[in-house]
Design a protein around this ligand. Structure first.
Ligand code: ZN
Length: 321
């Protein structure tokens, strides 16, 4: 089962044996960093439970992938699969996707209504709440009520990065499965097979990917590599001033704006997790970008930028311990 999902052997083993024994939990939280397969695993779980050609208690094959149910789930048009996410909320509220910052109680009320509704055409209703840490307090309380009275033939899966971001009262009612970062060899083999790049490039990309397939895929786009790795280096290494000046000189020569843009993209990603720590760096990056667009000398801009970012490592190191 779950053969189409990269890595996560331990989780696959746990879920497969639960599914075969018919003893899976009514609610889970899939915990772990972005890009390690949490949502894919949840959707595959929904496929297996509803696949019409396989009896999931008898077979090790998992979902067939070709029956109507599997196809509908893959396209997210199965009436018994409910993705409770920002896209759904935007649809319900007729708003832009970009405006969705928290999962609101109205969205959870929609979920409650669907939970109470009879199953439509499948065998199991599956609700996937993603990202669960973005539920506001009212939304979390609403979910708690649903979890207190587990509905029949329903599996609820929360997707989240950190355990601390979800109220304990909720976590205590869920089975928690921790998704580990993917291995470098897993990622590099996947890249060779799926992105038509050679083994060496795949290995280099995997090393920079922090165990996330999502990051690895983005890095394959060559332009992003330089800025991305620079942001990672600044986050994780101490630099001598002479080294910073050298990096600045090289970057000014090879494409300052592209590099700053890629760093902004990465900074924004970290900002979602560590807003307070990353905000000053993001400000400096945006100022630098504006200056570069005004044709201010690239090396001067980058010198100032990298000095501003010299403290980044301390910020991140103190955060992680
Ligand atoms: Zn199927």
């Amino acid at each position: 089962m779950f053969d189409n999902i990269l890595g996560q052997q331990k989780i696959k083993k746990i879920l497969s044996s639960q599914i075969k024994g018919g003893k899976f939990a009514h609610a889970y939280v899939f915990m772990g960093q972005d890009g390690v397969g949490k949502r894919l695993m949840a959707v595959e779980f929904a496929k297996i439970l509803n696949c019409t050609t396989n009896d999931f208690t008898q077979t090790d094959i998992g979902a067939c992938g070709i029956c109507l149910s599997c196809k509908k789930i893959a396209k997210n048009i199965h009436p018994d699969l409910h993705l409770i996410d920002f896209a759904k909320q935007a649809e319900l509220e007729e708003e832009d996707l970009e405006k969705q910052k928290v999962l609101k109680i109205e969205t959870m009320r929609y979920m409650q209504k669907e939970v109470a509704t009879k199953i439509h055409e499948g065998k199991w209703k599956v609700f996937i709440i993603d990202p669960a840490e973005k539920m506001n307090i009212a939304a979390a309380n609403s979910l708690l009520k649903t979890l207190e009275e587990p509905p029949e033939n329903t599996v609820i899966i929360l997707i989240a990065k950190h355990k601390e971001t979800i109220p304990k009262t909720i976590v205590s009612r869920l089975q928690t499965l921790f998704f580990q970062p993917l291995g470098q060899s897993e990622i590099s083999s996947w890249l060779v097979l799926n992105c038509s790049i050679n083994a060496q490039k795949a290995q280099e990309t995997a090393e920079l990917s922090e165990g996330s397939l999502e990051i690895a895929k983005r890095l394959v786009d060559k332009k992003e590599i330089e800025g991305f790795s620079l942001w990672c280096k600044l986050k994780t290494q101490n630099f001598y001033i002479s080294e910073i000046l050298e990096i600045s000189k090289n970057t000014a020569r090879t494409g300052a704006l592209e590099c700053v843009d890629a760093m902004i993209a990465e900074a924004k990603r970290d900002f979602r997790v560590y807003p307070r720590e990353v905000a000053p760096a993001l400000d400096s990056l945006n100022v630098s970008r504006a200056l570069l667009l005004k044709n201010v000398n690239a090396q001067t801009v980058l010198d100032n930028l990298f000095f501003d970012l010299l403290d980044l490592k301390n910020t991140f190191t103190s955060k992680q311990h």
